[in-house]
Design a protein around this ligand. Sequence first.
Ligand code: ATP
Length: 770
Amino acid sequence: MMLSLITRNSKSIVGNKKLYSHGISSINKPNLANGGEIGKKRIDLNLSNNNDNNKNSNIKLIGQRLNNNNNHIHKPSIPTSSILSIKNSLINGIIGNSNNNNSIRLFSTTSSSNNSNNNSSNNNNNYNFKSSFKLNFNVIDGVIIVGCTYFILKFYNDRIGVVFCEETNTIPSKEIFIPFKEDGDDEQEVGERHKPLSPFQLFWKTIGNDIWMFCFGVVTAFLSSWIGLQIPKVFGKLIDSTKSGSSLTQPALHAVAILVIQASLNFLYSTLISIACERYSAKLRNTLFESMLEQEIAFYDKNSTGDLLNRISSDVQLVRSALKHSVSLGVKSIGQIVGGTISLFLISPKLSLGMLTILPAMVGVGTFYAGWLKSLSLRSQAAQAQSTSVAEEAMSNIRTVVAFSNQEYESQRFAEKNKKSLSLATESGIQIGIFQGVTSMALSSISLLVYWYGGTLVSAGEMTSGQLTSFIIHTMNMQNSFSQLSILFTQIMSAMGGMTRITELINKTPAIESGVGIKRNTVVGDIQFRDVQFSYPARPHIQVLKGLNLDIKQGQVVALAGPSGGGKSTIASLLERFYDVDGGEILIDGVPIKKINAKWLRNHIGIVSQEPSLFATTIIENLRYGCPEATEQQVMEAAKLANAHQFIESFPLGYNTIVGERGIQLSGGQKQRIAIARAILKNPQIIILDEATSALDSESEHLVQEALQNLMKGRTTLIIAHRLSTVQNADAIAVVKHGVIVEYGSHSQLMAKKQLYYQLVQRQLSLKDE
Ligand SMILES: Nc1ncnc2c1ncn2[C@@H]1O[C@H](COP(=O)(O)OP(=O)(O)OP(=O)(O)O)[C@@H](O)[C@H]1O
């Protein structure tokens, strides 16, 4: 059916475009044909009604009614008959004249659209005046009128603006925009490949605007240490005043003022630096965690959870405290050392020169130790991470540990790893001790030199005893600063080890970048495995799939059966693109999976596994995990379909019941029904069922089976099965052995063949009888 529409400006409708409205419906790009007079063009819209199975149905959009609040769209009921009459009752002329741009006048005609197109819109002889509106945009491009409903259109370069109004409604709703989209065009997301960052660049990027707080903290720390430099001077003055008999009040008040100012500055820098460092470490932790979550599954095969957790907690902690102490100790100490050195030269250049002869030796020793302590610290931290991962593993499998009474074994395993970490930590401690010992010996030598040489200078009358006192206090302060720097130095070494590991991980580009690739407009659900070869990255020399071929058509239920270790779960993992195939390809709706955006793909696949993983939160949050925007009503509907609503409602807190860690407070069947409801809510086109009914009693199994039937309806389903009794109704059964499909057919066909499948069924039957 054709609807003719006079437009003012059609240049924006180019190419073979489709219009989409919030992903709900689509409208065919109108074919353009020059028509009409007064410089207008005619577009023809192909109309079909909601019930047509036409994917490009556009009446959905045209007929959609826009609320005054702009965002909600209600479908009006436009029966087929009325659509048929649109053409005849259509008012296809309008249009505001250029003198009065923001008001339009609508005219109706009973003439056919083609005829009407031959008339100018302003030719009132051929149109009956219907209504007029004031619009909030100046120029409009067309109007579609269905009964008493007007859709006023304006074409832009990349979208169409639509305003809905009714004849009686003099205040039209706001304009909403429907973007153009190329017909059949899939969105292609290109990943942002960030350049690897150096630890310093990472620091800079992570601290962001907090750098100002940090810098202000550094400045106040410097000021504090500068103020501190005045104290020895004031004490010197006090001593000289005692000797000369002049008033002590002035220098004493001076000293008090300096101490008060210094205390205030200390408070300020300490607070600022603490806040800046805490915020920095929180952001670093977030970035690190984000980066970990972006990694491919193979990354988790190779790295233990304990080690990864260690990076988030201990490594970040090391960096945070080193950063904090670098300012509170480092900046202050450096300030004291630099300022102190200047003060010493001002008091007595001779004595200062004598004292500073020892310094180069100290710097030399410190540099020598730097590299050595860094590598030692890295090894010691790695060993500690290993012991943590043993503890983490034992804790997460605590039920198994207790059931096997293996507490002693686990604690021995932990103690062994701990021993290694202890020996490295001890070695590290000894080295640090040597370093600090050498440093303090050098510092004590400096003091000794000052006492001896300073005393000689006072005796010779080259300096006053007050000046010597100032000199000694400065020296002591500097000595203190040096030893603090040496402690800080070791801390910085450890932090550098931690920062290196953190940076490494943040810089790591995942082998499968889940946000990159094609996002298709629709998913049909056809799956093809073409000569797929695959080895797990953790065991690259063992080929698990050896040229596997399998076709699953849209809506089909295909079960994978076969001996243990044959590769069934691997097939499912590859379909989810947890790993990339080494050879051959997997196609979804004809598109190689490697080209598809993995996030998008996973959003269209629902998985119900043997041991459904739930989070330690409420049932409703678990249900919404794959579809956070679902309303309560939708959640409940999904739970009903999954036979879960009843048991959830029987809990005192209903949907707000906390399920415990990994859903420990629920039975196996309940967990599975929640997982099924979660999958139903996600509404994927492809379903993977991994042994979903293996651990249930018959009553529970019945409920779960029913739920699964609801889930599988109209969806392509891949079942990984062991209990062959549960997959007899599948459309096809593929028997997987040694990474290839050795048999394929329906249950009855495979039974008739009397080969591997038949043997497996017989074996299970005999086991059941026993
Ligand atoms: N993450 C992994 N890293 C390395 N090898 C793996 C990994 N997962 C599985 N494998 C190996 O791949 C092979 C196939 O395993 P898969 O789990 O696909 O078999 P399956 O047919 O599902 O077995 P089952 O019926 O016992 O679950 C096995 O030899 C297994 O040891």
